[in-house]
Design a protein around this ligand. Structure first.
Ligand code: SF4
Length: 416
């Protein structure tokens, strides 16, 4: 056997080569035999092929340069790929593929080690962070948002409840003269499971027993039945992650529609529960500014700033495991078709795109400035000044300002 063919066959091991259509496999093999690509180059060519089909941008065969010199071919191929990656992506003719109509998962209840309370998993000193504490009431999520990093942490098909959750929460000893901000929407959706395994009973009791805790339920669901049927302690905040209908339909699979999310928020606000909205991720695509502006306008029209404790903005930041997971899936998404720059070890949009999206978002809520708390999530210190016109000099300053604003809106005591 030609020694290069042996090298090629070992290079494609542990890659996504077998997931490529046969004609594409044959094409890459023939080009490799002719041009003698290195192991790394073969891996990149396979990843490029996966990305093009993921983004519904044709095949690598369409963009493969014709030339005898490998160096020239590889450089031109990378250039063509980067041009496709960086062009503003459009959902106009985008067709979804293999999106499940319903998520099939199994439930598991087991005695979990430790207690899922800790600092926000994506917080970093490289970004201006609010020191949120996250509480993992449930592991893994039933929605299927293409950009979500949870998918790389947990087994997607098993939703796990901690059989000792209630007792652990009851035995949690917190300082009395300190205000805490604890969120339950990081490791799963806070509301989609309702009171399964008594998690909402336990969390409501915890909030009642700890009036100095601001307990935030974050959701993309419309499952508010428990909140409508029970007295809700006033130190509870209910927040919705929102996006444009285009992104909800094409990237936030199985989650509630924008209308359903806003209708649920309206229902809880009518019951006097303080609510909030997270625009995270704001996604850059053709016509995005106008489409987001429509959603911002709806909030200003359908809610009053008295009812809304917070509005936050954030955008896509990818860690390598999520990119790998996206390429492994046989579906379509435009979410990773974006210009990437390094953002504290993760990949995100270049600064100019971020400033455009965050400035437009913040300025759209002018009537609520000074009445509702606005913040950028997981962004650099400087981004605040560029988009909001002010910034916090430390994470603790940011946290203090946030908790003071929330406590005032919730009408609860605030301990510095
Ligand atoms: S700003 Fe965002 S990433 Fe940072 S701690 Fe708060 S919620 Fe987490």
């Amino acid at each position: 056997m030609d020694s290069y063919l042996e090298k090629f066959n070992s290079s494609i091991k542990n890659t996504l080569f077998d997931k490529l259509p046969i004609e594409m496999q044959e094409f890459i093999k023939q080009k490799s035999l002719k041009l003698r690509f290195t192991h790394q180059e073969i891996k990149q060519i396979i990843d490029i092929s996966r990305d093009l089909s993921l983004w519904d941008e044709g095949s690598i065969i369409d963009i493969f340069p014709e030339h005898d010199q490998k160096k020239v071919v590889f450089a031109r191929l990378k250039k063509a790929y980067e041009e496709l990656r960086c062009k503003p992506n459009s959902y106009k003719d985008f067709e979804l593929k293999n999106i499940p109509k319903e998520q099939k998962f199994t439930f598991a209840t087991e005695a979990k080690e430790g207690f899922g309370l800790g600092l926000c998993p994506v917080a970093s000193e490289k970004t201006r962070c609010c020191n949120l504490l996250t509480l993992d009431a449930v592991e893994s999520c039933g929605f299927d948002c293409s950009y979500c990093s949870i998918q790389s942490f947990y087994n997607q098909n098993t939703i796990t409840f901690d059989s000792n959750f209630k007792d652990k929460l009851k035995n949690l000893k917190l300082e009395q003269n300190k205000t805490y901000h604890i969120g339950t929407g990081q490791a799963s959706d806070s509301l989609m499971w309702g009171n399964r395994e008594g998690i909402l009973d336990a969390l409501f009791s915890f909030a009642r027993d700890n009036p100095n805790v601001i307990l935030e339920f974050k959701t993309k669901s419309d499952n508010i039945k428990y909140f409508l049927e029970h007295d809700v302690p006033k130190n509870i905040l209910c927040t919705w992650s929102l996006n444009t209908p285009t992104i909800i339909q094409n990237e936030e699979h199985l989650s509630a529609s924008l209308d359903k999310r806003l209708k649920s928020a309206r229902a809880l606000a009518d019951k006097g529960i303080k609510i909030g909205f997270h625009f995270h991720p704001i996604v850059h695509y053709e016509g995005y500014l106008d489409e987001y502006a429509e959603v911002y306008k709806r909030l200003l029209n359908e809610f009053s700033s008295d009812e809304v404790a917070l509005v936050s903005f954030g955008t896509l930041t990818f860690i390598k495991p999520v990119i790998k997971q996206l390429r492994e899936r046989d579906f379509r998404t435009k979410i990773s078709q974006m210009p990437f720059v390094d953002a504290g070890g993760k990949s995100s949009y270049p600064e100019n795109i971020k400033v455009e999206m965050f400035k437009s978002a913040y300025e759209s809520f002018k009537p609520w400035h000074k009445k509702t708390f606005f913040y950028l999530c997981m962004e650099s210190h400087e981004m605040w000044a560029k988009c909001f016109g002010y910034q916090y000099s430390t994470n603790n300053d940011f946290e203090r300002a946030m908790l003071a604003a929330y406590a005032k809106k919730l009408d609860i005591d605030f301990f510095i």
